[in-house]
Design a protein around this ligand. Structure first.
Ligand code: GLN
Length: 307
């Protein structure tokens, strides 16, 4: 496969979509980013990386961090058959927006899945208990796995989220009222905002997400996850990773994927490669418009959807 040629063609296809979406403004610090950006990178399972456009420009990972926090919790919990996290969060698509509160009351404070905000808060809470510092442990992992020691939080994004974080605080307090948080609410939301504020490029994310394509093996060949655990994360990404557009995304792209309101999307082709695409213009569900168009074209060109 001539990845570079495929990426050039995918980028040319996606360019007309770049200005069609809207940059997220409910977190004011995210609005500073130019809507014109577009980048895409592929990291194959052997560590070769290819990219086009703004593929080396760091952006706010936002909800893409939710895939990594779930992986780190599963990695810390395996051995035995620790289904602990799955007693506190489900694995069904929610069909509601990523920051919705509505299902929590009827479902006893158990979020539908780990990739909506409520579910990710529970996962961050668990990671906090397991590691003592949920955001720093994720940053260290991402630095090691991406091979980029300069990765950092963007404190201004984390602060901006905290200042406009009433919705996430409400989700956390509501779950705490059902006994579904182990740590104090202020600490859980603080670590969650920091995780979301990490800045990474398409290159960094494609490389760092390589373990999902390698059935759980890290870049250095050591095992992060059992193969069955990597399979499960990919399955939840496919069914829940793009929120209430997961069905549409499976229809168009057909890959496990996780999006974020910074405009990034990572997507996994198990056994082959991990992709990351970035363009800040979002659709009404919070997914990158040009990013989805690019991934759609990628799987159409290569025939590499999981279907
Ligand atoms: N930090 C964002 C929030 O909590 C993440 C949402 C997203 O990327 N979908 O609202």
């Amino acid at each position: 496969m001539d990845y570079q040629a495929v990426l050039e063609e995918v980028a040319a296809h996606a360019r007309p979509y770049v200005r069609q979406g809207r940059v997220a403004d409910y977190i004011p610090a995210l609005e500073r980013v130019s809507a014109d950006r577009f980048g895409i990178a592929v990291a194959d399972i052997h560590g070769e990386v290819y990219g086009v456009g703004d593929w080396e420009v760091p952006f706010s990972v936002q909800s893409i961090s939710k895939a990594f926090s779930l992986a780190l919790v599963m990695a810390q919990s395996h051995g035995g058959h620790d289904d602990g996290i799955w007693r506190r969060v489900g694995r069904e698509p929610s069909g509601t927006p990523f920051n919705s509160l509505v299902q929590l009351e009827a479902e006893n404070g158990i979020p539908r899945n780990p990739f909506i905000n409520a579910g990710a808060l529970v996962v961050t809470d668990r990671l906090q208990t397991l590691t003592g510092d949920a955001s720093t442990s994720m940053l260290h992992f991402l630095r090691e796995e991406s091979g980029n020691p300069d990765l950092a939080f963007d404190q201004s994004v984390a602060d901006s989220e905290a200042e406009h974080g009433d919705r996430n605080a409400a989700l956390a307090h509501f779950m705490a009222s059902f006994g579904n948080l182990e740590n104090p609410v202020p600490s859980v939301i603080e670590h969650y905002f920091w995780q979301c504020s990490i800045e990474m490029s398409c290159r960094d994310l494609a490389v760092a997400g390589g373990f999902l394509a390698r059935h759980g093996l890290r870049a250095d060949g050591s095992r992060l996850l059992e193969a069955r655990e990597a399979k499960r994360i990919n399955a939840v990404m496919l069914t829940c990773g793009t929120y209430d557009a997961a069905g549409e995304f499976a229809y168009r792209v057909g890959l496990p994927a996780k999006s974020g309101v910074g405009g990034g999307i990572i997507a996994v082709i198990p056994g082959r490669c991990t992709l990351c695409v970035w363009s800040p213009g979002l659709d009404a569900r919070g997914n990158s418009v040009a990013g989805a168009a690019a991934l759609d074209h990628f799987t159409t060109l290569t025939g590499w959807s999981v279907f």
